[in-house]
Design a binder for this molecule. Structure first.
Ligand code: PLP
Length: 434
């Protein structure tokens, strides 16, 4: 049997350091639903869903079949020159399910990162304006444009600047930063004042193309802005002819208990990026936007040789059908409620759980020092490695936030199995056994 260790040693010698954030020393071999298996045959409950890129679970039979059927017909002919059937059908379908009223068009990409570059391009082309506004704590991707709009990790900026000019970061209203005794209204007013500050001091609104936002921040810690704040931002954008764009790469496709995270806020974006789970983890992304905006760029302004590839788009059609037929959005909301009850109970029991939130099957659990209430990265790491030993995969965000994002097809039994593992690890940490 090939061993995890041998393969990792072999890979370590040839893979660049930036290619992986290292957690567990295993090599993935196979997966089914919410379970993955390593090359030595050990099974793990996947509470990460491959970074929210397998919302339909691993190897869903309908998606496997769609991929196999399409692969037997044609694997690739560049969509840059010829249309293909699944891509044509998917473009129409995405227009139907997008949270944007009126005529909508789509541009393909290969990753969430390039879709967010697309947002910057389309917004600049349509408005004729240069400046882009994004939020602190955002992760929009790893290409130069999307990385320039991100602000969540120093390692993303070290050694590789300068970045794309014209991008301004404003504070994201993380409820964690609410002052003691501050009401929600006062918090929203304070954060909106901070949002306006650049526009009042050095950033002409009439030269600003787009405000781009993860309505629920993913890598920022699964953090949801207050609805009133998002509404104020959208109103401000409308008043000044600025486009409003949402990044749904991590949070879209049922993850947060709605099809799109922006639907929690009852506002419409002008542009949206989608990726990750769109093709159940195959490399496909899209910019979806109002037709007039999407018509502002001509080929080859935003195209790639393989984007809109027939296998990935066939997989995406099957993915959207599975989400609809298996009611995965409703399932995410319902099971999220069950998970919320579990974490509420755990937070009452353990004072190292500083706070937690769960939107659908989309949760962040802050692990803190019980006395100082400051982030406790050491305790968080002890937990995630113990949880791994007990048979589940969970990782952290920002060092001390447990990221709870299982596949939306996880069964109730598997979910309770996961709770038993988490509860045991929490109890052991509380008892000083880790
Ligand atoms: N946007 C968000 C919100 C993400 O979470 C990510 C990836 O984690 C991206 C964009 C980038 O997507 P990709 O890694 O597919 O380029």
């Amino acid at each position: 049997m090939v061993k995890n260790k041998e393969l990792l040693q072999m890979e370590d010698a040839s893979l660049s350091k930036t290619s992986r954030i290292k957690y567990f020393n295993i090599v993935i071999d196979s997966g089914q639903g919410a379970v993955i298996k390593d090359v030595e045959g050990h099974e793990y409950l996947d509470l990460l869903a491959s970074a929210s890129s397998t919302n339909t679970g691993h190897c869903h039979p309908r998606i496997v079949k769609a991929i196999q059927d399409q692969a037997a017909k044609i694997i690739q002919y560049t969509p840059a020159y010829f249309a293909n059937t699944p891509a044509a059908l998917l473009a129409q379908k995405l227009g139907e399910v997008a949270p944007i009223s009126g005529p909508v068009k789509v541009a393909w990409g290969n990753s969430g990162s390039d879709a967010n570059d697309g947002i910057i391009k389309f917004a600049r082309a349509y408005t004729g304006r240069q400046n882009i506004v994004s939020f602190m704590g955002a992760y929009h991707g790893s290409t130069y444009g999307s990385m320039s709009a991100s602000a969540v990790s120093l390692n993303m900026s070290r050694k590789i600047g300068p970045f794309l000019p014209g991008i301004v970061k404003v504070p994201y209203p993380d409820p964690w930063h609410r002052l003691p005794n501050e009401s929600e209204t006062d918090f929203v007013d304070r954060m909106f004042a901070a949002f306006l500050e650049p526009f009042q001091t050095y950033l002409p609104a009439e030269e600003t193309a787009v405000i781009m936002m993860e309505a629920i921040q993913g890598d920022g810690g699964i953090v949801k802005a207050p609805t009133a704040f998002v509404k104020k931002v959208v109103n401000f954008a409308h008043q000044h002819g600025i486009l409003f764009a949402v990044d749904e790469v991590n949070q879209g496709l049922g993850r947060s208990g709605k099809m799109w995270a922006i639907q929690h806020f009852a506002v419409e974006p002008d542009l949206m990026s989608v990726g990750k789970s769109l093709a159940s983890g195959l490399p496909l992304s899209a910019v979806v936007g109002r037709q007039k905006i999407m018509d502002s760029l001509a080929a080859p302004g935003h195209l790639f040789t393989t984007s809109g590839n027939p296998i990935t788009t066939a997989a995406a059609l099957a993915t959207l059908a599975v989400i609809k037929d298996e009611k995965l959005v409703e399932r995410s909301a319902k099971l999220g409620q069950v998970a919320a009850e579990f974490f509420e109970e755990q937070a009452k029991k353990h004072d190292f759980i500083g706070s937690w939130r769960m939107y659908g099957l989309d949760g962040g659990i802050d692990i803190v020092d019980p006395k100082s209430k400051k982030p406790d990265v050491v305790a968080t790491n002890k937990l995630i490695y113990r949880i791994f030993e007990l048979g589940a995969i969970i990782i952290s965000l920002r060092g001390n936030i447990l990221r709870f994002q299982p596949p939306l097809v996880i069964t109730k039994e598997q979910l309770h199995q996961a709770f038993a593992i988490l509860a045991q690890a929490f109890d052991e940490l509380a008892a000083g056994e880790l």
